[in-house]
Design a protein around this ligand. Structure first.
Ligand code: NAD
Ligand code: TDX
Length: 336
């Protein structure tokens, strides 16, 4: 098998590339990534010299490039993760979210259709369903009501992917997962941001009253679910993936402070995120019943391990936050 993973230098993508190399050692993984601020080849430095991991720097929206690499590497399957992924950034500047997430995805689908790929897995998000009240959970048939420019762009790409199945008969599987956490997450997202700020004795900015709830999924459990969706999912189907760990933001922030031994006086309540979704919760019955998926990590253990990883790897987050590694990489490219 020759698999194209898009966004393989980002948080989930790099964990997924490593997971695939470990679990399916005879597959070749071609990793197409533009290396935006969120993508770092350093996330995969342990795979340097691995002949079955091929990195290509480029834009999913560059049809010529995508068709060329699909043909050169005889790609038969696509796992599509590349996206602009941060809600707050989509509020500051929505345009690139539509360009990458919607148009980029459509172009990648078109190239995949032309190539006749056997399966296209579209990694979507639970944010397509919008916000929940205090009870209930999203099922695959919950109405789609995205709130932010980010989630609206993901909903559009999710629906375009399903349209390629319904209209053109392409083999597409859509997954909608909850909030991931784990190693190599860029420190703009809640958990790594709070760890890094706490380690620097900087204020921890909690939006609104801190009582917004997210359903947390360990990135390795997510990778396992994606491989199952790829190998056993049914074409044209949507699968929700959730960790079954609903937590209030403020409780996570306090747990992180406890783990790094810093005082709660670092917590600073700040102005709420505009349009902030109150609660997400996932009903993962379908993927459990059909694909036999169950998460292996408990949240408390996974959080403690993740926090420990950030504490032990300051050089990683200092470099990715300063863009130092990307600048080095770009210099290397210019000289070639
Ligand atoms: P990330 O921001 O860490 O990584 C995104 C990657 O995509 C980066 O490596 C970036 O360089 C690359 N990229 C961006 N634009 C590109 C383009 N035009 N062409 C090629 N590559 C490009 O994101 P993540 O958190 O790893 O999320 C991966 C996917 O999972 C996204 O589609 C996201 O919407 C989805 N998702 C994430 C979460 C989460 O909690 N992180 C939850 C649900 C769904
Ligand atoms: O500084 C902060 N303070 C704060 O209170 C940040 C960065 C976040 N928050 C809150 C907002 C959310 O309620 O924490 C919660 C989690 O925020 P994010 O880490 O930004 O994630 P979220 O907005 O929930 O979106 C994430 O999950 C769904 C990913 O970023 C998306 O890519 C994914 O689709």
């Amino acid at each position: 098998m020759n698999v194209l993973v898009t966004g393989g230098c980002g948080f989930i993508g790099s964990n997924l590339v490593r997971y695939l190399r470990r679990e399916r050692p005879d597959w070749t993984v071609v990793n197409l990534d533009q290396l935006t601020y969120a993508g770092n080849l350093e996330n995969l430095s342990d795979l340097e010299g691995d002949p079955r991991h091929v990195f290509v720097r480029g834009d999913i929206g560059n049809r010529e490039l995508v068709e060329h690499l699909m043909s050169v590497h005889a790609i038969d399957t696509v796992l599509h993760l590349a996206a602009e992924s941060h809600v707050d950034r989509s509020i500051l500047g929505p345009e690139v979210f539509v360009t990458t997430n919607v148009l980029g995805t459509q172009r990648l689908l078109e190239a995949s259709r032309a190539r006749g790929v056997k399966r296209f897995v579209m990694v979507s998000t639970d944010e397509v369903y919008g916000s929940l009240g205090p009870t209930g959970a999203f099922t695959e048939s919950s109405p789609l009501k995205p709130s932010s420019p980010y989630s609206a762009s993901k909903t559009s790409s999710d629906l375009v992917a399903l349209a390629y199945h319904h209209t053109f008969g392409m083999d597409v599987v859509v997954t909608r997962c909850s909030n991931n956490y784990g190693r190599y997450q860029f420190p703009e997202k809640l958990i790594p941001l709070m760890v890094v700020n706490a380690l620097h004795d900087r204020p921890l900015p909690v939006y609104g009253d801190g009582a917004n709830v997210r359903d947390w999924l360990h990135v390795e459990d997510h990778c396992q679910a994606l491989l199952l969706a790829l190998e056993k999912g049914r074409a044209g189907e949507v699968y929700n993936i959730g960790g079954g760990a609903e937590r209030r933001n403020i409780d996570i922030v306090k747990a992180i402070l406890g783990l790094v031994g810093k005082p709660e006086s670092l917590i600073q309540y700040v102005k709420d995120r505009p349009g902030h979704d109150r609660r997400y919760a996932i009903d993962p019955s379908k993927i459990r019943a059909e694909l036999g998926w169950t998460p292996a990590h408990t949240f408390e253990q996974g959080l403690a391990e993740t926090v420990r990883w950030y504490v032990d790897h300051p050089a990683w987050w200092e470099r990715v936050m300063s863009g130092a590694y990307r600048q080095y990489f770009e210099t290397q490219y210019r000289h070639r």
